[in-house]
Design a protein around this ligand. Sequence first.
Ligand SMILES: [Mn+2]
Length: 278
Amino acid sequence: MTAPSTGAHRVAVIGDVGGHLAELRRELVRLGADEATGELPPDLTVVQVGDLVHRGPDSAGVVALVDRHLRGGPGRWIQLVGNHEAQYLAAPAFSWPERLDDGTADLVRGWWADGLMQVAVVVAGPGDRDVLITHAGLTAGYWRQILGAPDDAVRAADALNHLIGDHDPVLFRPGQMLTGRGPELAAGPLWAAAATELVPGWLGAGMPFDQLHGHTSLYAWNERRYAAREEIARRTTLDESARHESTKLGGARIIGIDPGHGRVASPSWRAWEPTGSR
Ligand SMILES: [Mn+2]
């Protein structure tokens, strides 16, 4: 395979992997990775939204694959932190039947300590608009109360990434999925539930930039029905084969790309590619 090392650059954003190594490998090959070596094509940068691990058959294999990309090709793989990675960065926030082996957990902790795993990144989306990418989405309440309402995506991402280390508990702030109480419109960027916390909080609030997240969906793909209320469903368009959803909020949009893998992988999903193709 040949590709120029200069010129047009592609970005592919991969949703939650959930320990499904074969699925991740297959998607990377579709994006042009070498089937034998796993090497990424020179014109591609991968962003992964977090929740690499748990649920599927080979979480350790997924972490090992990502570690090779993070350590081997600086800047070619941008890894964001999910609530399942955070289980190994602080005292576990929830109980989960699986636990990574110590060596694998150490790799994840090393990414955090070495600045190879972040909270947020910005990519150029459709129409060259900035898209803020986090694991679960930046809620309106968190944006206002914790970040001080920055009006552009790059400043929001910088503010989030500056919390790493000294302010991990603020980053790991839960929402209703963890508390079991009502919706928390200032839920943190690792925990916000799209249908009840993220999107409702921005309805009519004038979101200043586009966003993309994994973690949860507005649409329950397997059950083929919305988990969000009608007012939100009406503003949302679905790409079922990619398992992408996009909600219009005034002039901005929130895009969800969690494939919803369980113990068994979802039947169909794809990375989100902001420029379409090369
Ligand atoms: Mn998650």
